[in-house]
Design a binder for this molecule. Structure first.
Ligand code: COA
Length: 159
């Protein structure tokens, strides 16, 4: 990914330098957060990520990994007091453009059934529900919905 910026916002590749701040943001975004070591392990095993800065503040992150069948979004989080400003959209849109350019065929993710904010966000890009994992999440226990997006339908990367 190239560094890109709009106004005082900029996207960067997630590196180990970002991990302490991303770990704190992860803890503010999820009821059962991953540890910094868990995120680091994902990167060490070939995962990749993007962070979004607004000025000096790291406001959001996206963590993904390659699957045999496409790309999986493992984590997407935006600083609670910076939400509804299009930052998640910026991170997802950047990923979709890159994956489409790379010839990735599909994008997958799991989301809590009650997570209306994320479900709406992903529905806006055309993600559809393709499965359910009963009692997948802890704290609180809840089903995961499996969502998928077929990138082959958007060969020019525009959406
Ligand atoms: C889900 C999350 C990443 C959205 O981040 P955000 O920066 O606020 O999202 P955006 O401002 O880019 O919103 C994009 C769209 O998502 C949907 N959306 C986002 N927050 C929403 C909310 N609270 N209620 C309903 N829809 C919402 C809307 O469709 C929105 O478009 P709109 O503002 O034009 O209506 C953020 O709420 C978050 O970090 N939540 C906790 C972690 C999480 O649930 N991650 C996803 C796990 S799969």
């Amino acid at each position: 990914m190239q560094k890109s910026s709009a106004g005082d916002e900029r996207l960067e590749i997630l590196t180990s330098d970002h991990l302490p701040v991303v770990g704190e943001l992860e803890a503010r975004c999820f009821s059962a957060p991953w540890s910094v070591d868990g995120i680091r392990e994902t990167l060490d095993e070939g995962g990749s990520g993007t962070v979004l800065h607004r000025g000096d503040l790291l406001v959001g992150y996206l963590l993904t990994r390659r699957l045999p069948v496409g790309v999986e979004i493992l984590k997407l989080g935006v600083e609670p007091n910076q939400r509804r400003r299009g930052f998640a959209r910026r991170l997802v849109q950047d990923g979709l453009r890159r994956w489409t350019a790379d010839g990735v065929e599909s994008v997958w993710l799991e989301v809590r059934e009650s997570n209306n904010a994320a479900r709406r966000l992903y529905a806006g890009y055309g993600f559809v529900e393709v499965g359910r994992r009963p009692h997948y999440y802890l704290a609180p226990v809840e089903d995961a919905l499996v969502l998928s997006l077929d990138l082959g339908e958007f060969p020019d990367g525009e959406r």
